[in-house]
Design a protein around this ligand. Structure first.
Ligand code: ZN
Ligand code: ZN
Length: 327
């Protein structure tokens, strides 16, 4: 993605001048613009870029934010964390070529994080994936991969015969993760997993990417987690999920009581996200997987409220994540 490739929330291209001018129109936006200006774009071939592909939380489709996914781009290789619905489209909007996809890391098997996994490969196969892609995630990743290939057997068989495509199955290499530790390494990145706290799911993980010039941590979905804190210690960037607890404690909050209880128990209040970022000593905190995700719902949480809550305890740079934002 170049500086000229800014887009509005619908994905329509806008000029950088328009983009920055729009951002500067409000104090919060000015913070975003400031932090964007301050970000040093890596210039070495292996320098890592982080692209937020989807910053919503929860399985329901949202108008203003796409489902959870992040791309870490190191030179000509792309590493994906989570595959929310529409991740292939988000990659296209971010101008990240599918043929550069090297590995995929799923934090946990909730549908907001994996609904785009199968489609990514189906359309990615037609869209340029030619070399095997290693995929990592909790069980049943291997079974899901097999089942998806079965479900779309008609199209896959047809395209092999009709278009001369190579078989799709060998291009997806699933690896199931059930414990913490190093899960992947090549000459660009080292990826370490830590178990987070996302009840009632046992196998749920955060991932840390260490590259030649940056360390980036993605929390996954989690309540406040000492394990995530340890994983994030000293990181350049921490992308952490965030819950605005007062919203969910209101008498008129959406969702039935049981769902609200689940939401509060399995996610991290944004003030605690700030506490964790401060304790971990990260340089930049990115709020993502926002719950609730859209400020336009009646009584929703404003950008200013999210940022103020995170800054209560964390004095480093705080960025309220936006789809297709590059850091
Ligand atoms: Zn989620
Ligand atoms: Zn989840």
């Amino acid at each position: 993605m170049t500086c000229r490739d800014f887009r509005d929330f619908r994905g329509f291209p806008i000029s950088r001048r328009t983009f920055v001018a729009a951002l500067a129109a409000t104090p919060v936006a000015a913070t975003f613009a400031q932090s964007t200006r301050n970000d040093q774009r890596p210039t070495s071939p292996t320098g890592a870029r982080l692209v937020l592909l989807g910053t919503a939380g929860g399985p329901t489709p949202k108008a203003q934010r796409s489902a959870p996914a992040q791309a870490i781009v190191a030179g000509d290789r792309v590493y994906l964390v989570d595959c929310g619905d529409g991740v292939a489209r988000q990659l296209a909007l971010a101008r990240i070529p599918l043929r550069q996809l090297r590995a995929v890391f799923i934090t946990h098997q909730h549908s907001d994080h994996n609904a785009g996994y199968g489609p990514l490969f189906l359309v990615g196969w037609a869209g340029g994936i030619e070399a095997p892609v290693d995929t990592y995630g909790p069980p049943p990743l291997a079974k899901m991969t097999r089942s998806l290939l079965d479900a779309y057997e008609f199209d896959i068989t047809l395209r092999i015969a009709d278009e001369g495509r190579p078989p799709l199955a060998p291009l997806i290499r699933p690896h199931e993760i059930t414990g913490a530790g190093e899960v992947f390494t090549d000459d660009r990145v080292r990826v370490t997993a830590a178990r987070n706290r996302h009840v009632p799911i046992e196998h749920s993980f955060a991932y840390r990417f260490d590259t030649a010039d940056r360390s980036i941590v993605i929390s996954g979905d989690t309540a406040y987690s000492e394990e995530v804190l340890s994983l994030a210690r000293g990181a350049d960037v921490l992308v952490h999920e965030a819950l605005y607890r007062p919203f969910w404690e209101r008498a008129d909050a959406p969702q039935p009581p049981a769902v609200r209880r689940h939401i509060i128990a399995s996610h991290t209040d944004v003030e605690d996200v700030g506490r964790l970022a401060a304790a971990a000593g990260v340089k930049t905190l990115v709020l993502s997987h926002l719950v609730p995700s859209e400020p336009t719902v009646v009584g929703g949480v404003s950008d200013e409220q999210w940022l103020a809550a995170a800054r209560k305890h964390f004095k480093g740079t705080v960025i309220l994540g936006a789809d297709l934002q590059e850091l």
